[in-house]
Design a protein around this ligand. Structure first.
Ligand SMILES: Nc1ncnc2c1ncn2[C@@H]1O[C@H](COP(=O)(O)OP(=O)(O)OP(=O)(O)O)[C@@H](O)[C@H]1O
Ligand SMILES: [Mg+2]
Length: 360
């Protein structure tokens, strides 16, 4: 899948943009504040109905405008052209695909899967487990048909169990919910474990291609309860404390992955540049695995690709991206930092005060 055409109306400082991207590498260059990240934000909006910068859609329309829109034409399977669009007006989102209104933004994800690396992506290493779960679950969602419904069922049941737990002086039996949680938790754990078994060798492969670290990176998946115990027994054993706290302490909603070098959390051991390259390794592995398992291609987007990297490592990264054979969008404040000759079909776009022009 790739984005053949992108139209943007009133998104931040991008008032009227029309773009015909390359199916391979697209380099977006321009000075600070010109609108590069906003352009990537618009692609992300089209692919999943969310922004990677804000939860508040009301911040997206250009100051003084009361609406914004992003529209795309996607080249899908067997070169079929699919139109998608997202508008925000009067506090509401209107999302369309193939002429039909979609009820949920998440339905867009089936049309234009996207892997994005932005300024906050290093939080997959540095911040709370929810970012690592979100990373893994993106991958599992796209390759395992039953994951979403299983996860939704688990979350609903968890809410009901937590509601029962937080009722004061309640002695209500939780057996019904525990059994339901147990079944779905095992499935979620299996899906994640299986996905990570495939992802980790790819991560190691790309990490070795992008940088050299003398010591081995150890990656450990923690499923959210002890490996040695059965989940149903864990739920039963923790009921007293769960009632005290008013929520379920253990389960796949508490899963995590640890990345360590020499026994130390990765982000406390390595440099900023190395951290960026490992974030790239992780997301490149995810895009590569998506292609391998689905036979389709996701979009791959990196904001400020050159930040924190020296020339040698930028070149390495670009070579590895070239090998991915997917549509790529990268931004840089300095076009000289990216060697566009490396790619077979490259387009460069110059952004200045929200005006985007193709450099020919
Ligand atoms: N709602 C809005 N309306 C108008 N302009 C906005 C709005 N939101 C943000 N901006 C402006 O849009 C401009 C473009 O921001 P953007 O983050 O896309 O720049 P950039 O090219 O990525 O810069 P950098 O190289 O510093 O990352 C900024 O000057 C910002 O102040
Ligand atoms: Mg930017």
């Amino acid at each position: 899948m790739w984005l053949q055409r992108l139209d943007i109306k009133n998104l931040r400082n991008l008032v009227d943009v029309k773009l015909h991207p390359s199916p391979r590498l697209n380099i977006i260059e321009g000075l600070n504040g010109s609108g590069k990240t906003s352009l990537l934000e618009s692609i992300y909006l089209l692919s999943c109905g969310k922004s990677f910068r804000t939860h508040r859609f009301s911040n997206l329309p250009t100051q003084g405008c009361d609406w914004m829109g992003v529209y795309g034409k996607i080249s899908g399977k067997e070169n079929r052209i699919i139109s998608v669009g997202l508008e925000h007006r009067n506090g509401k989102n209107f999302i369309k695909a193939e002429g039909n209104r979609l009820q949920k933004a998440s339905e867009l994800a089936n049309y234009l899967p996207i892997v994005v690396i932005h300024q906050e992506s290093h939080r997959v290493f540095t911040q709370s487990p929810k970012y690592r779960r979100a990373f893994v679950d993106w991958g599992v969602f796209h390759v395992e048909q039953n994951f979403l419904s299983t996860w939704q069922y688990f979350s609903r049941t968890l809410k009901q169990r937590n509601a029962a737990l937080s009722q004061r002086n309640s002695t209500m039996s939780l057996d019904h919910w525990d059994l339901a949680l147990h079944q779905s938790a095992l499935l979620i754990d299996d899906f994640r474990q299986e996905y990570l078994n495939k992802l980790i060798p790819l991560f190691n492969h790309y990490a070795a291609a992008l940088l050299s670290i003398d010591d081995e990176i150890t990656i450990e998946y923690k499923r959210g309860w002890s490996d040695k115990e059965d989940y149903l027994s864990v739920l039963n054993a923790s009921i007293g404390r769960d009632r005290l706290l008013g929520y379920t302490q253990k389960g796949p909603h508490r899963a995590d992955i640890t990345f360590k070098v020499c026994g130390v959390p990765l982000h406390e051991f390595i440099s900023r540049g190395q951290q960026k390259l490992l974030v790239c390794s992780l997301y490149i592995a995810q895009a590569a695995l998506f292609s391998k398992l689905t036979g389709q291609a996701s979009l791959f987007v990196i904001d400020d690709v050159t930040a924190e990297l020296d020339n040698l490592h930028v070149d390495n990264l670009m070579k590895v991206l070239n090998g991915l054979e997917v549509q790529i969008f990268v931004t840089t404040p300095d076009k000289l930092l990216v060697d566009s000759q490396l790619f077979p079909e490259t387009k460069m776009f110059h952004v200045e005060h929200g005006i985007v022009t193709e450099v020919v």
